[in-house]
Ligand binder design. Structure first.
Ligand SMILES: *[C@@H]1O[C@H](CO)[C@@H](O)[C@H](O)[C@H]1NC(C)=O
Ligand SMILES: *[C@@H]1O[C@H](CO)[C@@H](O)[C@H](O)[C@H]1NC(C)=O
Ligand SMILES: *[C@@H]1O[C@H](CO)[C@@H](O)[C@H](O)[C@H]1NC(C)=O
Ligand SMILES: *[C@@H]1O[C@H](CO)[C@@H](O)[C@H](O)[C@H]1NC(C)=O
Ligand SMILES: [Zn+2]
Length: 711
């Protein structure tokens, strides 16, 4: 339905452009009084357009397409207003402070968030470098300001005094005030002065070392040289991505865009091994000591705040709740996968034996033989498949699914103000009541200066407070699709289709929660939970009926992809999943151990864990995972497991409630009401259990991947 709109609006747009062009030309051609009249008409038209364009969206305080100067001014306004409010709270007499006095902070947050985002998001999307720069500066200034507010002793004392009296108006207000206190205390405000200073010193050291760790990896440009025969298996086109050294050897830089094609395609085992070892040894000298110090500092930091170790601090506020629960989860999953992983490995080992004889099988062989198996068994040509996924058709399908499942109707807003002409804005309505739920901005095409990653950014959270107007959720979805040129439409790779579904999971999640407090209505729910809606939605990309709905050969969209392709995609999805997951689990266990125990010898630990988890395959010699930790040692410390966690429980949701893949509106609405709507206030485990009808379990996931090629 909406794709229709979408195509219409494209057509409208090109019509409009040609109309404008026509008008402008006419104005130049006419002279005298006719010209005056026409000019008048033109300006009237322009100002009409302008008026329509600048018409604000009802319930949204997000401001788009600001100039650099406007951004600077807005940032000034935000910081000064916020200081005033904090000062006012600080000046309350502690024995008289009332609920309303504290809630001005919630109002401030709700009112400011869309304004802050208005300053901040142009950094990612603006077509003007000047604007991007102003936006980055504003972001830095606002962050620094907010950081200092959260360290205000005077405000903390007032809030604490109110908490001590225990006069709660309602549960939501209570959790709000408690979360304020938690913010302050995470900054050490309830510690003695010396401890507080130490906490800040530690934080600064941790930030510094984290940056250094990442910087070292980014700066590393180690390369290896190979002759052409040593790279057999790589196509001539692929070989072109590599530079040549003087002696005409091929220069392989140890970055993923060079390393992956070799590990996947190079027929020469010795080359794969060299590359895998080189890749695993990056930054060994510099980064191993950095990570060792980082882990020690993290433990110290957590202990100052009263935790036993860093993992307890990091996991405590998540769905998993404790480090021991994480270990239990990883071990259960690993055990459940062991038979299947063993079968998968045996298949690969057999392939290698046929191709390379008695050479022992190593970690460096995994990708190559997985790829080989997939090519021989699935016959999936992803290049050709792309021809069946025109963007407009996929989007139309996504909107239909969201309507049928979750009762959300998307309607394009033709005249909304945007920052670049390709951006489209949609209102989202509740199908049942017709009520406006929120707005979605879609910025789908890649362009110069735009942030190069697919993501969802909340621009405004829902809020409904006594002294402020109702704000509805507003969200921006950014992707990096190539824009259509001439008569060729934008076509999506299958992986891009899946990722679009995933991101719409976040969009729906954001739109569906309308807590009265902005703090609790965004995606700032439990971080183990936040990925679940995206993973749930991805499942529909593998259902034949849905694949037929969203696909159509671009020159004749009445021709969807064939049944056997649907079937292959389904099987391909989980091929070697058990083995891949065991490898991921290995790193997660490593991460969880080093962050819950003192003085671990990283290398010894890894040498011990590797063969245990990877079915006997030893560590690549000379590598130390601490030097260039794959799942990012920075930002996911003690929480690497979270990615698998959300996938596993999303699989449970899908398998237990949507098993047949049908668009069951009744169950979709239950999901919306029981899982998406409660957002951050309710325990996510409780929400999921309430929806599924029992505690979430790993079994559905294990069963779903057992349906794999080799199982
Ligand atoms: C500070 O607050 C934390 C968390 O609220 C609490 O666990 C800790 O005991 C408090 N420390 C002091 C010194 O009051
Ligand atoms: C954004 O604002 C500038 C003026 O600051 C204007 O020239 C431009 O047309 C606007 N862009 C869009 C897409 O409306
Ligand atoms: C959104 O979440 C809050 C708690 O975080 C909950 O109280 C509220 O009911 C949710 N909104 C909707 C529309 O259910
Ligand atoms: C709105 O939600 C986002 C996450 O989705 C969160 O980061 C932000 O802090 C929330 N805004 C407010 C005012 O709490
Ligand atoms: Zn996601």
């Amino acid at each position: 339905m909406e794709g229709e709109d979408d195509r219409l609006s494209q057509r409208e747009k090109s019509l409009k452009n040609s109309k404008n062009g026509g008008k402008v030309k006419k104005i130049i051609l006419f002279t005298g009084t006719t010209a005056v009249a026409l000019n008048f008409a033109y300006f009237a038209f322009k100002s009409f357009m302008h008026r329509r364009k600048s018409k604000a969206l009802v319930g949204s305080n997000v401001r788009v397409n600001l100039t650099a100067n406007e951004i600077r001014k807005l940032a000034d306004r935000i910081t000064s207003e916020s200081k005033e409010v904090y000062d006012a709270v600080a000046s309350m007499p502690v024995d008289k402070v009332k609920y309303q006095d504290i809630m001005v902070l919630a109002e401030l947050e709700a009112r400011h968030f869309p304004l802050v985002q208005s300053c901040v998001f142009p950094r990612l999307v603006s077509i003007s470098e000047e604007v991007r720069k102003a936006s980055a500066e504003a972001e830095h200034r606002i962050n620094t300001h907010i950081g200092s507010c959260r360290k205000r002793e005077d405000v903390y004392c007032v809030v604490k005094a109110f908490v001590a009296r225990g006069e709660w108006i309602n549960a939501e207000a209570k959790s709000y005030v408690q979360s304020l206190v938690r913010d302050f205390e995470q900054n050490g405000l309830n510690l003695t002065l010396t401890k507080k200073e130490e906490l800040q010193r530690l934080q600064a050291q941790i930030d510094g070392l984290s940056m250094q760790y990442v910087q070292n990896i980014n700066d590393d440009c180690t390369f290896l040289l190979f002759t052409k025969p040593e790279l057999e298996g790589l196509s001539p086109e692929l070989l072109q991505i590599f530079d040549r050294a003087d002696n005409d050897k091929v220069k392989v830089i140890l970055k993923s865009n060079h390393v992956l094609p070799i590990l996947e395609l190079c027929k020469v085992g010795a080359t794969r091994r060299k590359v895998a070892i080189g890749y695993g040894q990056r930054c060994k000298e510099v980064n191993v000591p950095v990570l060792e110090s980082l882990v020690q500092l993290r433990h110290k930091f957590a202990r100052l705040l009263g935790y036993d170790n860093y993992a307890e601090y990091a996991v405590g506020s998540r769905m998993a709740k404790s480090s021991s629960k994480v270990f239990e989860f990883l071990e259960d999953l690993s055990t459940s996968l062991s038979d299947l992983a063993g079968k998968e490995l045996a298949v690969l080992q057999e392939l290698k034996k046929n191709e390379e004889g008695d050479e022992p099988f190593g970690i460096e062989d995994l990708l190559y033989y997985m790829k080989k198996f997939e090519e021989e068994n699935f016959h999936l040509d992803f290049g050709a498949l792309k021809e069946y996924f025109p963007l407009s058709l996929v989007l139309q399908g996504v909107f239909k699914i969201l309507q049928d499942l979750f009762g959300l109707r998307f309607e394009v807003i033709v005249s909304a103000e945007v920052w670049q002409e390709d951006i489209r804005v949609f209102s989202v309505f509740d199908l049942g009541s017709g009520e406006l739920m929120g707005y979605v901005y879609l910025d789908l095409y890649s362009r110069e200066g735009k942030y190069g990653q697919t993501c969802v950014l909340p621009l405004q959270n829902s809020s409904l407070l006594a002294n402020t107007a109702r704000q509805v959720p507003v969200v921006l979805l950014m992707t990096e699709f190539l824009k259509e040129d001439g008569n060729y439409p934008t076509l999506l790779r299958f992986s891009e289709v899946v990722s679009l579904f995933h991101e719409f999971g976040h969009v729906v999640h954001h739109i569906c929660n309308r807590s009265s407090l902005a703090r609790f209505s965004g995606l700032r729910v439990d971080r183990d939970f936040v990925e679940i809606p995206g993973h749930v939605l991805e499942n529909w990309c593998y259902e034949s009926s849905i694949l037929k709905l969203i696909s159509g050969y671009h020159q004749d969209i009445t021709r969807p992809i064939k049944d056997d392709v649907c079937m292959s995609l389904r099987r391909w999805r989980h091929s070697f999943s058990a083995l891949k997951l065991r490898q991921e689990i290995l790193y997660c266990i490593f991460d969880q151990i080093i962050h819950s125990t003192d003085n671990v010898d990283f290398l010894e630990l890894f040498k011990y864990l590797h063969p245990k988890v990877m079915l006997g395959l030893p560590v690549l010699e000379g590598t130390n995972p601490a030097s260039c930790f794959p799942h990012s040692a920075i930002g996911y410390e003690a929480s690497c497991y979270s990615r698998i966690w959300s996938k596993v429980f999303a699989a449970d949701v899908f398998a237990s409630k949507f098993r047949d893949g049908a668009l069951n509106h009744h169950i979709g609405m239950q999901f919306r009401n029981k899982v998406l709507a409660p957002g951050g206030a309710k325990d996510p485990l409780e929400c999921l259990s309430n929806f599924i009808g029992r505690e979430p379990s790993i079994q559905a996931f294990v069963d779903s991947i057992a349906f794999s090629s080799v199982g």
